[in-house]
Design a protein around this ligand. Sequence first.
Ligand SMILES: [Zn+2]
Length: 442
Amino acid sequence: MINARHFPLLSFALLLLSLRLSLATSPPQQDPETPVARFQKYLRFNTAHPNPNYTAPVSFLTSLATSLGLKTQTLEFIPNKPTLLITWQGSNPSLHSLLFNSHLDSVPAEPSKWTHPPFSATLTPEGKIFARGAQDDKCIAIQYLEAIRNLKARNFVPTRTLHISFVPDEEIGGIDGSDKFVKSKEFKDLDVGFVLDEGQASVNDEFRVFYADRSPWNLIIKAKGVPGHGSRMYDNGAMENLMDSIEVINRFRDSQFDIVKAGKASNSEVISVNPVFLKAGIPSPTGFVMNMQPSEAEAGFDLRLPPTADPDLVKKRIAEEWAPAVRNMTYEIIEKGPLRDYMGRPLMTATDDSNPWWSVFKQAIAAAGGKLAKPEILSSTTDARFMRQLGIPAFGFSPMTNTPILLHDHNEFLKDTIFLKGIEVYEHIIHALSSFEEANSI
Ligand SMILES: [Zn+2]
């Protein structure tokens, strides 16, 4: 038997051989020093609700930023819910700054429904990177930093200061995230003049840009009525009252959907109302008592209001038609965020000449060789609404063309080529916006 202790050279050779063998049998490793590898590393942090791990990705992003010579600051408005703020100081601090935002968290994933584990960030031979958050919105977080890396390598110095914020809890409404952040003294001190936040993928070769979000309302309507035998027909039973309301609400839903179907508006430009729960009946050991009409019944609806909708009119409709007191109905509206800015104006960012940021942004996309689609209202909601509420112009933008829209879906992925092109697009955007000096009065 050969004892390696007595044959150091032989043992070294054996070690080399085993190393070679293990290298030959293990899959090819990604170079950790590429933008795609850094993206994969960020994607591997499980920041899905209900228990997002914020600590590890924040320290990863902090070290990335520090290695680029950027200033970092971690703010904690709520314990264990950090907001990471990264700053690239501009040469003229008297100008309003730029803020590029992204959220650290993601929605959950059901691993059994995925072809690759959702936090593996598997890169397939076709270049698809599979991970929860690949589109929503960890791509933009790394793209912001990679764009800065490339601009710094070319010795570019911004005139305006650029801040990047990585916020918690966007996917659960942002109340402990962006809402707290924008109301803080630290935010005020940033003197932000323009915000870029997340957008959505585009299935064609045009980049999508969003100038407003729809505002979500949770509506719960409750009916009370006289209980009675299941065989009796009488007026004002709770179920009957609730079903009358559901019919009325459904007619309104149809009227809005008809506008979309006729091509007169997009989905995000109308008020959507969708039933999400029904609660009624008297429970029995085997299900429900079938020969009793209950004295209470309720239903829940998800409403989305575009900024063009008049919230007072919608409230009037709910009070008079959807849950009228004369039919023993009550209701509760939970507004999940603002609808108007601090001046009472609709939460919309102008996409015309009245907004100088718009033309700079548009030109930057053209300079990157990209085409911009007609600006849209986002069907859902992002943190941008909190910045718009302060009167700060904000666009939603994620540079993903020719990509299926897979946010919150199984098998969310982004192609490496699209991810890399996005970095280039942000280089143009940062270059243009941070060099733009005329918009300081806005
Ligand atoms: Zn998102």
